[in-house]
Design a protein around this ligand. Sequence first.
Ligand code: SAM
Length: 364
Amino acid sequence: MEKTNSFTTEHQLRVHSAEDLSGLADGSVDLVVTSPPYPMIEMWDESFSRQSPEAARALEAADGPAAFEAMHLLLDRVWGECYRVLLPGGFACINIGDATRSVGGGFRLYSNHSRITGACEALGFQSLPPIHWRKQTNAPNKFMGSGMLPAGAYVTLEHEYILIFRKGDKRKFDPLEAERRRRSAFFWEERNRWFSDVWDFKGSRQALGAPGGFSRLRGAVFPFELAYRLILMYSLEGDRVLDPFMGTGTTVAAAMAAGRSSVGVEIDASFSEKVVELLPKRVSVLNDRISERLEGHREFLRSYREKKGREPAYQNRHHHFAVVTRQETELRIYFVDSIEKIDEGRLRTTYRTANGGQNQLPLP
Ligand SMILES: C[S@@+](CC[C@H](N)C(=O)[O-])C[C@H]1O[C@@H](n2cnc3c(N)ncnc32)[C@H](O)[C@@H]1O
């Protein structure tokens, strides 16, 4: 984040393995939002085998549990680095699905979410209630096992997890941060929807941050909405968000829309090149989602008036619309003005307020 008068955020894209984040200082990141390659899901076998000779040997020997453990040992190193670079009280949100697979004959569950939870708790993270992301499938072959005959059929996995951890106790806010925190408030009705432990993105646009050209990651990209919500829920405007498994840059795009800086780390250089090339063209797409937040609130106000026959009690200071709670009175929403390439690995985003005009708020 630059110390300029106008509000800008900076986005660094780094190409290396996230097992070593030595380019980032201890406590220099406010939030981690990420989705690693999923151990024991076949599409990631090659990537894990390239990075871990133990995983390659175990897969070759059809030893499922050993392959699972070797793959997680690699991820453990990344979680260790995330813990180090997070500031005390910072959150880590990890999207992960479990795997079911027959390796060497035996069909079984590989519980990625519990393995990661154990590893993160051992590092010192505090576990908080996770979110279940419903990913219903209607594929005709979704049922596995012995058909209509008991007792050899398996239930289908139709959800993934968003594991939520915090580094130690609650984050502390100095007076300037407390102001930023009030500007970063979300709407009462957003809180009611977002802080539920079941998320279903049916109907919402998928992969806003992932324009064409990423065919190798088809199916592995999380929805823009997932990253955007988590960033708004667990960080402040001007904060720095890290995604150690950046892929197509969904987290970076969501950070841009949310007015946060970001760092994306990706082992595959071709992804980071495409992200640098494509994100500057996404200004209007990001602004569409930002408008949806404002439109969503206007819609909420219409139904509030209809049901209650009156306005909510408070007035937002910046946008001059009614809000339900005092905490929303400083809430402020910015539009993206431009996304510029600073160099091969860095982008800068500039903002204007939703009421027009460049924002002149000093940020840290
Ligand atoms: C599940 S995908 C992430 C997708 C991303 N959330 C998105 O929306 O595009 C995992 C990514 O991690 C990358 N990756 C695998 N091993 C890595 C490592 N050791 N360090 C950094 N990135 C790695 C893969 O190349 C892949 O792009």
